[in-house]
Design a protein around this ligand. Structure first.
Ligand code: FAD
Length: 321
């Protein structure tokens, strides 16, 4: 018996959310005695990167290095993972909640006749049945879902589990699979990243600016702080509506939902629609000159003051680290 974890990687690195999924799988396996935690990675990725799966909790990584799997073609990934799942006699598949993860998981649920729960935030409660807690309504509420199938697929929400870092070294096994040509009917000929910056939905730290920044000419400070912290930049909706920042940076109910370890909001009031996109952040720091700004109620740390005085000092302090 085993628990299988589907690893996502991009630009040569295993995604942190996939390592979190491995740590979740390890805890799950220990709780329910499900056996070995095995991870599967598809397409070109280095052994060094795959070895990160060991400290996170996996005992083995099955690497299917077929170059055709590089581009995350959903049908082919689902077929490859289904084959590995059967080969390792798994009872549960764990993966990170993401766009690719959701698409692959839905197909796998059909292939494996498995119950699928997405946005999982805790280990299942098995005191009576198999009850899984998941986050709904952009993190404002939780739902409990009973899974009655033998095979189970759990897509774990980003930052919902602590990343394990003390597991032993992992065994990496290179495997070749026969994947039907029909699963490659969609082909991605090229991909372009909009910017060279860190992608907002995946960023561990986000520095976000609102109308309090007064104009696009002042965004240099947001960008500089983001660069020093290796963070992505975000903004409120009005800021992108008036064209100060591109639309893909707009965070909130109608924009990107983020769940970083640290969200720094500068000159953003904290309207409910903005909070809907950030309330899964682990730590929120708010900089606003109005002590009554609603964002302070959602903040872990608040700085009441003028962004134009505070940001330069913050940048200087971070540079001095
Ligand atoms: P403001 O509300 O104008 O706030 C600016 C803040 O900056 C104030 O708190 C002010 O005190 C502070 N400030 C000013 N000067 C300084 C300074 N020098 N230093 C420090 N602080 C300063 N909004 C989103 O962000 N995301 C969404 O997805 C979204 N979806 C929406 C969907 C709907 C259907 C609707 C109706 C609205 C939506 N909105 C959304 C808009 C939302 O309601 C707010 O209007 C918006 O978030 C406000 O943006 P803001 O905080 O940048 O601007």
């Amino acid at each position: 018996m085993s628990v299988l974890v589907y690893i996502e990687h991009a630009e040569g690195s295993v995604k942190k959310t996939s390592l979190e999924a491995i740590s979740y799988a390890k805890a799950l396996s220990e709780k329910l005695s499900l056996g070995e935690v095995i991870a599967v990675a598809l397409g070109a990725i280095s052994t060094d990167e795959l070895s990160k799966a060991g400290p996170a909790g996996a005992s083995k990584v099955i690497h299917v290095g077929d170059q055709k799997l590089n581009d995350g073609i959903i049908q082919a990934h689902a077929e490859a993972v289904a084959q590995v799942y059967k080969k390792v006699v798994a009872s549960t598949l764990v993966l990170a909640k993401s766009s690719l993860g959701d698409a692959v998981a839905a197909r796998l649920a059909i292939k494996l006749d498995a119950g699928l729960v997405s946005n999982v935030v805790e280990l299942p409660d098995t005191t009576s049945g198999y009850k899984v807690k998941r986050s709904i309504y952009t993190g404002k509420a939780f739902a409990e879902t009973m899974v009655n199938t033998e095979n189970k697929i759990l897509a774990v929400k980003k930052n919902a589990v602590d990343l394990k870092t003390d597991g032993p070294a992992v065994v990496i096994e290179e495997v070749t699979l026969e994947i039907p040509a029909a699963d490659f009917v969609t082909s991605i000929t090229s991909t372009d990243k909009a910017t060279g910056e860190i992608l907002l939905p995946e960023a561990d730290i986000v520095v976000s600016g609102g109308r309090g920044m007064k104009g696009p000419e002042n965004w240099g400070m947001i960008e500089e702080l983001a660069k020093e912290l290796e963070a992505a930049t975000g903004c409120s909706k009005p800021v992108s509506d008036i064209g100060w920042r591109p639309h893909h940076e707009h965070v909130g109910q109608t924009g990107v939902k983020v769940a970083p370890t640290l969200y720094i909001a500068v000159g953003i009031s904290g309207a409910i629609q903005h909070l809907a996109g950030v309330n899964s952040s682990k730590c929120i720091v708010v900089i606003n000159k109005d002590p009554e700004a609603p964002f302070f109620k959602a903040a872990d740390y608040g700085i009441v003051g003028d962004a134009f005085e505070i940001l330069p000092k913050l940048i200087e302090a971070v540079k001095a680290q």
